[in-house]
Design a protein around this ligand. Structure first.
Ligand code: NAD
Ligand code: UDP
Length: 332
């Protein structure tokens, strides 16, 4: 199948491109490189022996998208492109609403023009907001976010529900990711944020590499077994594979359907730190600091729906995630 991948040189997109290429799909990447590098395309070739088509273009740019659709007539789209930094979205909300909503609207309009009816969208566990109890299930209300980034995900989910209601031939799979970490086993692809990382695993890796002095654990007084926050970490390669299952689902169904992609297990900050140290034999010095504003104590998935309807479950362990994250950083 010919599949257009927006944001395909990014962290999750690049791992998904590996799986798509290895499964025999033709991959057309559209990325403006605002948060990734063009050499990812060479790395995809090194890993798979196959070359994706790459366009440096902004998904908000309808004229550019039209040309790409006219040239390739993709049967399906996986839409990763968007801005994703929670803190930045609080400082620059207009930028986030403009980029994430415009990109999606442009994409949907051009898909409509070219009769492309299948979309897999990168949503997030953040749509469950602060009020639902864990574990989150897809039937829970997902209508309140705690920051502009989260609101863009809620809004885009709603746009996709409205669009599929208006076009009964359209299929949208909303994948609500939990916390992807880890990297490709080749060590060539991984999460490499610019500047000081916001997320836990890239921070741990940089501390382990001696590039940052210590990790600050944001709070040890949460109502959890060791007092630190619980998250549902899953390996990015498992997550990537979920997109192939979602494409199969989209080929057989119409309408908008949401799926959690997580392991179904909550892991604490300290459990992740200690697992990383043990698996990789490197120390990760840390200090306990205050809670981070807006953080939830706990966030993990009920992962049954994806298992039942997509035939997808996360298979890789926390040890795999820690080993592969470190393998990527120490090779960088
Ligand atoms: P990423 O920043 O590594 O990848 C996003 C890619 O999109 C980047 O390569 C960037 O250059 C590109 N991009 C951004 N805006 C664009 C635009 N307007 N036009 C073209 N390209 C554009 O992020 P990621 O971690 O791979 O996340 C992918 C998607 O998954 C995002 O939508 C994100 O919100 C969502 N998500 C990520 C996580 C996570 O923890 N990483 C969790 C939940 C949801
Ligand atoms: N965290 C931490 N120190 C850091 C970064 C994160 O203690 O430098 C904690 C954070 O409070 C949360 C967990 O690690 O409990 C995961 O945070 P991350 O930002 O990676 O994901 P999110 O909170 O968005 O799910």
């Amino acid at each position: 199948m010919d599949i257009l991948v927006t944001g395909g040189t990014g962290y999750i997109g690049s791992h998904t491109c590996v799986e798509l290429l290895q499964a025999g799909h033709k991959v057309i990447i559209v990325d403006n490189l605002s948060n990734s590098r063009a050499d990812v395309v060479d790395k995809l070739r090194t890993i798979t022996g196959l070359t994706p088509v790459f366009y440096k273009a902004d998904v908000e740019n309808r004229a550019a998208l039209r040309e790409i659709f006219a040239a390739h007539r993709p049967e399906a789209v996986i839409h990763f492109a968007g801005l994703k930094a929670v803190g930045e979205s609080c400082r620059l909300p207009l930028k986030y609403y403009r980029c994430n909503l415009d990109a999606t609207l442009s994409l949907l309009e051009v898909m409509e023009e070219f009769g492309c009816k299948r979309l897999v969208f990168s949503s997030s566990a953040t749509v469950y907001g602060p009020d639902n109890p864990v574990p989150y299930t897809e039937s829970m209300p997902a209508r309140v976010a705690t920051n502009p980034y989260g609101w863009t995900k809620i809004m885009i989910e709603q746009i996709l529900r409205d669009h599929t209601a208006a076009d009964p031939a359209f299929s949208a799979v909303l994948l609500r990711y939990f916390n992807p970490i880890g990297a490709h086993t080749s060590g060539l692809l991984g999460d490499d944020p610019n500047g000081i990382p916001n997320n836990l695993m890239p921070y741990i890796s940089r501390v382990a590499a001696g590039k940052l002095p210590h990790l600050t654990v944001f709070g040890d007084d949460y109502p959890t077994p060791d007092g630190t926050g619980l998250r549902d970490y899953l390996h990015v390669v498992d997550l990537a594979k979920g997109h192939l299952k979602a494409l199969e689902y989209a080929a057989q169904h119409t309408g908008a359907e949401a799926f959690n992609l997580g392991t179904g297990r909550g892991v604490s900050v300290l459990e992740l730190v200690h697992t990383f140290e043990k698996v990789n034999g490197v120390p990760v010095p840390y200090v306990i600091g205050p809670r981070r504003d807006g953080d939830l104590a706990c966030c993990w998935a009920n992962a049954e729906k994806a298992a039942r309807l997509l035939g997808w479950t996360a298979e890789m362990t926390l040890e795999d995630m820690c080993r592969d994250s470190w393998n990527f950083v120490k090779n960088a």
